[in-house]
Design a protein around this ligand. Sequence first.
Ligand SMILES: C=C(O[C@H]1C=CC=C(C(=O)O)[C@@H]1O)C(=O)O
Length: 212
Amino acid sequence: MLPLPRPADRRRGVLRPAPERLVRREGEVVQTEALAGSMPRGDTPEADDEYARALLDSEKLQHEQRLVVDTICDQLAAFGTVGEGEQGIRKLTNIQHLKTPINAVLDGDTHVLELVEALHPTPAVGGLPLEAALATIRDTETWDRGWYASPVGWFDAAGDGEFAVGIRSGVAGGREATLFAGNGIVGDSDPDDEWDELQPKVRPIMDELERE
Ligand SMILES: C=C(O[C@H]1C=CC=C(C(=O)O)[C@@H]1O)C(=O)O
């Protein structure tokens, strides 16, 4: 993750393509997803399919995905009946991810903000087990995350709403911009591979900033 300076003044703006749904509540129906495990997009349909196959076949990435699915299902179980959908692939412009849709039917009148509170921070940005991981992050990270990974969305008077995880974003102001993105790290993650995986995550914002 790249360091995020605190906005020095109110003229700064936030850039957030926000590819990951944190939660959506519409009446008693809740929808969310596990998004974890990444591969680049291919230059041809065949190369793209090969990367998708590599995503599905990777033991490491499936482990990463399973940690996220199980965590979300456990967190939502406190609010109603949870169902795990079929795993698929989310294809973004220059990166693709393993994705598992997760739905729940609420037992009671749970406000979307209560669901946000239960699901944030996600395992990829907060770690597991959560409290110990957060304590480690606070002790070891040498920068302030600022708004990185914070929930961003809307809610209405009925308690419905939708929030995304504010990953892959940036803060820009004047002639300066700071971009930030991260990866889910597991036991057999390789630092160099993780660094390479980060590059396409910030590329769409870089492309916008580099446009003449
Ligand atoms: C934490 C981020 O990505 C997460 C979402 C999708 C894929 C991820 C991964 O493969 O590491 C991360 O879990 C980020 O982009 O800042």
